[in-house]
Design a protein around this ligand. Structure first.
Ligand SMILES: NC(=O)c1ccc[n+]([C@@H]2O[C@H](COP(=O)([O-])OP(=O)(O)OC[C@H]3O[C@@H](n4cnc5c(N)ncnc54)[C@H](O)[C@@H]3O)[C@@H](O)[C@H]2O)c1
Length: 405
């Protein structure tokens, strides 16, 4: 039996708990082979790590991620820390010959993601990045429809993700507002998800015109605050350094145009996430409000009977049947993360380094994020290839530093 042992860095956070939960549930959904175990956890302090280990039923914990990376009992290093640590931990893990599973955004900027993708390629380790939304089986149906030409040639795309969890100007300052920890705000946190969906469905962006801005310039500093947790009274005000809102015009490699809009301060939009892909002979539309439903319009339908039809996720769609034996029962966020982890585990078991989205795929997303940031700063269209080429030729950071205006 193939046995894959995972070490989780950042175990007590939001994503840390999610990864731990879903690693533990892999066998229940997908069966015993390959065998997966959470072997060890690391966190910022020995106490946090020990608490997380107790909660997860894991024997070994450490307050120093380097100990986890060096452990011979760890095959895969799972990085779920804030963004500024992804690069350092992943490079150390790759140098130790470990496979790496890393949360998104892959890095602080494309210079870092370039180094990570290069190092993984040289060492031949498996990498996977936590772009979980596209792995919902309904998006595979959308991708197949597009690839088969059933909507004709894609002429336009519209992608939106707007949320309100920071719309209250009094919501406390957290690490996502600190540029030295987060790299960027809505850009890396949210637009990266939209770009992953676009990459999965159609492909990469060629050129962008972006507008990136901070809406609420200061926030109360509350020691110990996290998203959704106001730990106590504010002690001061702190300057917000990362973007709240991003607007993008896009040109795709194939000639299609499009838009993206994203915000974390969209009052009343609890979680809006949607796309529309328009082709010469049809159209697709999806929204997180109907997570398991794809809307498909075909101009080939006979006149008078044309209109959007609903395709609901069902066991005949790859990836769905492992969860439910009947259609449209409502897959959710954790189910998607389960599929993502399954992709990782199967890739590690098979030694396949090309499972989507690996570090190279995520680097192209990071280049697009940096192109949007550069476009906003320089007020011009920026080609993504310009950023990618700079990664290969310069040693200065190419990136989202300075992205917010
Ligand atoms: N894929 C998604 O949908 C999704 C959703 C949320 C977050 N994320 C990503 O997951 C990552 C973590 O986000 P989060 O919301 O879970 O953050 P969080 O603040 O809830 O958790 C971060 C964890 O990292 C730990 N940590 C901090 N410094 C550390 C260090 N030096 N060594 C070890 N551990 C350390 C913290 O103690 C905490 O346990 C981010 O990169 C974020 O962008 C992805």
């Amino acid at each position: 039996m193939t046995r894959i042992r995972v070490g989780l860095v950042g175990a007590s956070g939001w994503m840390g708990r999610t990864h731990a939960l879903l690693l533990a549930a892999q066998h229940v959904v997908f069966g015993p082979e390959p065998s997966v175990s959470l072997e060890m956890v690391a966190d910022a302090t020995p106490e946090l790590a020990a608490d997380a280990a107790r909660a997860c039923g894991v024997a070994r914990s450490t307050g120093d991620w380097r100990e986890l990376v060096a452990s011979p009992d760890v095959d895969v290093v799972d990085v779920v820390t804030p963004n500024h640590l992804h690069h350092t931990i992943a490079l150390a893990a790759i140098a130790a010959g470990k496979h790496v599973y890393c949360e998104k955004p892959l890095a602080m900027n494309s210079r870092q993601s370039f180094a990570m993708a290069q190092a993984a390629g040289r060492r031949g380790v498996v990498t996977l990045v936590g772009y979980n939304y596209p792995v919902n089986p309904i998006h595979r149906v959308a991708r197949e429809i597009i690839a088969a030409g059933d909507i004709g040639e894609v002429v336009n795309v519209r992608f939106s993700k707007n949320v309100d969890y920071m719309s209250d100007p009094q919501a406390p300052f957290v690490w996502r507002h600190d540029r030295s920890i987060a790299g960027s705000g809505t850009l890396g946190d949210t637009v990266s998800h939209l770009l992953s969906m676009l990459q999965y469905l159609i492909g990469d962006v060629a050129e962008v015109m972006g507008h990136v801005r901070i809406v609420h310039g200061e926030r109360p500093l509350v020691p110990g605050a996290a998203i959704g947790r106001q730990a106590g009274p504010a002690t001061a005000l702190r300057k917000v350094e990362t973007d709240d809102e991003v607007l993008v015009l896009l040109k795709l490699a194939g000639g299609a145009t499009g838009t993206m809009d994203a915000s974390r301060v969209a009052t009343g939009r609890r979680m809006e996430f949607a796309y529309v892909v328009t082709g010469t002979r049809g159209s697709l539309a999806w929204s997180i409000d109907r997570l398991n439903t794809l809307e498909f319009y075909s101009a080939a339908d006979r006149p008078g009977r044309q209109g959007f039809r609903r395709i609901e996720a069902a066991p005949e769609h790859a990836g769905y049947g492992a969860f439910y034996p009947v259609a449209n029962i409502g897959m959710g966020y954790n189910d998607q993360k389960m599929i993502e982890i399954r992709t990782l585990i199967e890739a590690v078991a098979a030694g396949r380094t090309d499972a989507w989205p690996n570090f190279a795929d995520a680097h192209r997303i990071q280049c697009t994020l940096d192109a949007i940031a550069a476009s906003s700063l320089e007020r011009r269209w920026v080609r993504v290839s310009e950023i990618a080429e700079r990664c290969e030729t310069t040693s200065s950071p190419v990136g989202t530093e300075g992205s917010a205006s």
